[in-house]
Design a protein around this ligand. Sequence first.
Ligand code: PRP
Ligand code: URA
Length: 213
Amino acid sequence: MKKDIYKNFKLIDHPLIKKDITILRDKNTNTEIFRSAVSRISNILAVEISKNFSLSGTKVQTPLERTNGFELKQEIILVPVLRAGLGMVDGFLQIIPDASLGHIGLERDEKTLRPNEYYLKTPGNLNRAEVILLDPMLATGGSASAAISFLKKRGAKKVVFACLLAAPDGIKKLFKDHPGIKIFGAALDRQLNKKGYILPGLGDAGDRTFGTI
Ligand code: PRP
Ligand code: URA
């Protein structure tokens, strides 16, 4: 039976995302506008992802009486993949301001397209938290897959991956390597070119976020 590789992929279909993805794709968009569009899309992704957070009941005293309330059951940890994932952090923190942060530094080797790790720092309570891995680009899937492996090795049990553009190859790889991981994406692109860039894409997300073109 053919496996549905898109089973774990949720495309967030929203008019404002479509408008902002167009801004990101435009090669004439400058760094400032690029960053603000990434932030706005991240806001919407954060709202969508947080719909699945678990709650526990609590009591709250209003100025008038004691009543029932809610609190998040688990701590939320955001883990941006350096560099480009950093651009998504602000947008997520606006929606989940009390989240903790971990960081994973990965850089694709331009020839082999395999990710090299250069930094890893995560909060100690990964195993009890809901972890959201942030990286705007899911291309071959090598970086996201490696990042998820690091998180699992450090004890993470609940991980979701948030990206802006996803390519079919990357979705396929994550489905194969980490079938339990749900991917939330703002756009599903067509394919990769020979250099592993997403088509139609937006170019190099790190360079466009940090102005290193
Ligand atoms: C980009 C992007 C992802 C990776 C995706 O980072 O932010 O981490 O490529 O490609 P993959 O799915 O084929 O692994 P890059 O390695 O260019 O590093 P940078 O963010 O520091 O520019
Ligand atoms: N990384 C990027 O920044 N862009 C791509 O298109 C693919 C990987």
